[in-house]
Design a protein around this ligand. Structure first.
Ligand code: CAA
Length: 381
């Protein structure tokens, strides 16, 4: 067993780390306050190959796997979680299902645009009545001649404001059981009948866009069905097996930013005539943060490695997300505590880290949903 990153992954990690240091950390507070990302970033990320990291080389991507994506996402999220989630969703919730389940024509049309950043990807599963219970979704797609007509409202769509391609899940067989009558569709942004509704104002990751997507008589050709008809729920869940690894990596990146800020402050801050890092109360916090982050990273790498080998990873990815997201929130809480009153103001970026960490326990399956997935795996074995 070899725990070291190989030469290629080490170079990739260093490149993503430099990018985070030079381009993301200086912009992160601005992203948070303006509630938008610097649009120049998309071109830079594409130039570095990070928009199409897992897109095969024949379609203009870097042809790498989920382990590489995890390594990169940790670094990007250490710099700016709003940028990090944008890249994660684009790669793992949109690029990956097109690569895994798309027809040759769909791959030829969309993967080059995804790799170049020309089309940012968004994933439309959640609805007002279908959050944790995703199979309860009510959007419909009705066949009319050679086209499907989509109607419904999708909520909390990450990347929706910038997206060029939306993967929309809609009910195609109302008679079938909840999860067996759903189909995934590729819906380009300019399709008449697709409109962007409410822009959410969020607690954290405020630089990333989260919108409502309204579908009213939205017509797409039959050829835009992604994967098999009425197997869209299975495709959505398979996609989330990968996406949750990305969010685990995001959580580790935020947690690491918290640990690094805490170490710096432990050296700088003087109380009782000495640096606060001299006190065991602070040292124990740093030790727990470091140990938990390392454990979460190993679990995340293991889940990514399984997925890259096409081995079952549903339970492993849920365990990675559970461990990493709770660790990120633990680290953010301890980091803020170490910074005391100063950390509770916006003079320090740790209040943003605290807000950014919180979402990792909510999206792509809340913490208790991960526990359900893990327990079902255990009880089925
Ligand atoms: N891969 C493939 N198929 C799967 C699967 C997986 N990982 N998990 C389940 N399935 C299949 C099952 O085998 C079953 O198939 P059959 O009926 O054909 O036998 C079918 O899907 C239904 O499975 P369940 O009975 O387990 O379904 P359920 O209704 O009980 O739901 C759940 C299970 C785990 C709770 C699921 O609804 C879930 O994950 N909920 C959370 C939703 C979620 O994560 N939403 C994220 C929104 S996207 C987002 O946040 C992105 C963003 O913007 C950042």
């Amino acid at each position: 067993m070899d725990f070291s990153l190989d030469e290629e992954l080490t170079m990739l990690r260093d490149m993503a780390r430099d990018f985070a240091d030079n381009e993301l950390i200086p912009r992160a507070t601005g992203h948070d306050r303006k509630e938008e990302l610097d649009p120049a970033l998309f071109g830079m990320l594409a130039e570095l190959g990070l928009m199409g990291l897992t897109v095969p080389e024949e379609y203009g991507g870097a042809g790498m796997g989920n382990l590489a994506l995890s390594v990169v996402l940790e670094e990007l999220n250490r710099g700016c979680a709003s940028t990090g989630v944008t890249v994660s969703v684009h790669n793992s919730l949109v690029g990956a299902p097109i690569r895994r389940h798309g027809t040759d024509a769909q791959k030829a049309e969309w993967l080059p645009k995804i790799a170049s950043g020309e089309a940012i990807g968004a994933y439309c599963l959640t609805e007002a009545g279908a959050g944790s219970d995703a199979a309860a979704l009510r959007a419909t797609a009705v066949l009319d001649g050679e086209e499907y007509v989509l109607d419904g409202n999708k909520l909390f769509v990450t990347n929706g404001a910038q997206a060029g391609i939306f993967i929309v899940y809609a009910r195609t067989d109302p008679e079938a059981s909840k999860s067996r009558g759903i189909t995934a569709f590729l819906v380009p942004k300019e399709t008449p009948g697709l409109a962007i509704g409410k822009h959410e104002k969020k607690t954290g990751i405020r630089g990333s866009s989260t919108v409502e997507v309204v579908l009213e008589g939205c017509r797409v050709p039959k050829e835009n069905v992604l994967g098999e008809l009425n197997r869209g729920f299975h495709l959505a869940m398979d996609t989330l097996d990968g996406g949750r690894i990305g969010i685990a990596a995001q959580a580790i990146g935020i947690g690491r930013a918290c640990l690094e800020a805490s170490i710096k402050y432990a050296h700088e801050r003087q109380q009782f005539d000495q640096p606060i890092g001299n006190f065991q109360a602070i040292q124990w916090k740093l030790a727990d943060m470091s140990a938990r982050l390392d454990a979460a990273r190993l679990k995340t790498y293991k889940a990514a490695w399984l997925r890259d080998r096409d081995e079952p990873c549903t339970q492993a990815s849920a365990e990675a997300k559970l461990l990493a997201s709770t660790t990120a929130n633990f680290c953010a809480d301890e980091c803020l505590q170490i910074h005391g009153g100063a950390g509770y103001t916006d003079d320090f970026h740790v209040e943003r880290l605290f807000r950014d960490a919180r979402i990792t326990e909510i999206y792509e399956g809340a913490t208790d949903i991960q526990r359900i997935v893990i327990a079902r795996g255990l009880l089925a074995s």
